[in-house]
Design a protein around this ligand. Structure first.
Ligand code: KG4
Ligand code: ZN
Length: 340
């Protein structure tokens, strides 16, 4: 099917045109980061207003770059949740309106379903597989049996990995969101310079906790203020990244051993991280597991990734009703109960 995909769950207004859940004809992402950076984080009211301003031009650009007309679209897929309600509503209303006007089906999908299947835009992955989703709001291990069939094996009990990166970056005086900057500085630092905690490393569960690590960074900076750029800042970034990657690799390794998985998908904005990419590669080589991580351009929020589950649901006749609404919170495990 030729699908229009729309994503507005947080601070990116994104639209894409994708054929057959695989061929990306366009993938437009308009980021609001520069606006929110002045406030040190995403301001929900501003996000909604900016989505309203950008949604029509972004959809227009996606169609133009794809060389497709509205009349050629066969369906629309959109993020239904989780996310900021006001932000979600902008994309969701646009999707419903286009579907109603063009008399084509639309489907609302979970934002994390998009991240999970982004790698399918590069190559299909056989089911079942284990997935580690690491983003600004999620740090979850899922057993994925098929589209819509997800079981959470472990999750963060406090901050998500991306949140820990961004909060630690803020403590070090970096602009929001600082995850990518920590990654860049970590490459020139010594990962053994500081011994930071590895929360829940040996608790026997598949859960994560990152808020203590962020507090350790706060205490370290209070004792030894860092200036950027400096070797001290690079060392702190490298030591922080080492702690995060070691915990993520240890828990993912335990999940692989427990589940007997032979394939691992790593997804979400933090999957751009160079340290994580190499520690996951080393882990999978050691355990003889096939590793799938999307190209960094498909790890962060975008709309094309939604077209993979969207194409599946619509081709199965599982369209959403015009009476459906957005949902700010949404448990992935509950999706299988709604499938026929
Ligand atoms: O998936 P995403 O684009 O949005 C959410 O759904 O949350 O993830 C954004 C998160 C932010 O916390 C950002 O700092 C983090 O991904 N991130 C990184 C890197 N690139 C983006 N964190 C660590 N290293 C990176 N290279
Ligand atoms: Zn995301």
């Amino acid at each position: 099917m030729l699908l229009l995909a729309i994503e507005t769950s947080c601070d990116e207004t994104a639209a894409a045109v994708v054929r057959g859940g695989r061929d990306i004809l366009s993938n437009v992402v308009s980021s609001q980061i520069a606006i929110h950076a002045a406030y040190g984080g995403v301001v929900p009211e501003i996000a909604s207003r900016k989505h309203l301003e950008s949604i029509a031009p972004v959809i227009g650009q996606a169609l133009q770059e794809a060389g497709a007309g509205m009349d050629e679209l066969e369906g629309v897929v959109v993020t239904r949740g989780p996310g900021l309600s006001g932000a979600l509503l902008v994309g969701f209303s646009a999707a419903k309106a286009i579907a109603a006007a063009r008399k084509i089906p639309f489907v609302g999908v979970h934002h994390i379903e998009g991240h999970l299947f982004a790698t399918f835009l590069e190559q299909p992955v056989a089911f079942p597989f284990l997935a580690l989703v690491v983003s600004g709001g999620h740090t979850h291990l899922y057993h994925v049996e098929g589209f819509g069939r997800y079981t959470t094996l472990g999750r963060t009990i406090d901050d998500a990995a991306g949140e820990a990166y961004d909060k630690s970056a803020k403590i070090m005086g970096m602009p929001y969101p600082g995850g990518a900057l920590i990654d860049r500085m970590a490459r020139s630092g010594n990962p053994d310079a500081l011994r930071l905690p590895r929360p829940l490393l040996h608790d026997g569960s598949l859960n994560f906790s990152f808020s203590g690590l962020k507090t350790a960074v706060l205490q370290q900076v209070a004792r030894n203020p860092v200036t950027i750029p400096s070797q001290g800042a690079d060392d702190l970034c490298a030591s922080f990244q080492e702690a995060v990657c070691q915990v993520l690799a240890a828990k993912t390794g335990a999940a692989i051993r427990q589940s007997g998985a032979t394939r691992l998908v790593v997804a979400g904005g933090v999957a751009c991280n160079s340290g994580l990419r190499s520690s996951m590669a080393a882990l999978c080589t050691q355990l003889g597991v096939e590793l799938y991580i999307p190209h960094p351009s498909l790890c962060g929020d975008n709309a094309a990734m939604l077209a993979v589950p969207g194409d599946y649901y619509l081709s199965q006749g599982l369209a959403s009703s015009q009476s459906l609404d957005v949902t700010a919170t949404w448990n992935m495990d509950s999706i299988k109960d709604t499938l026929p």
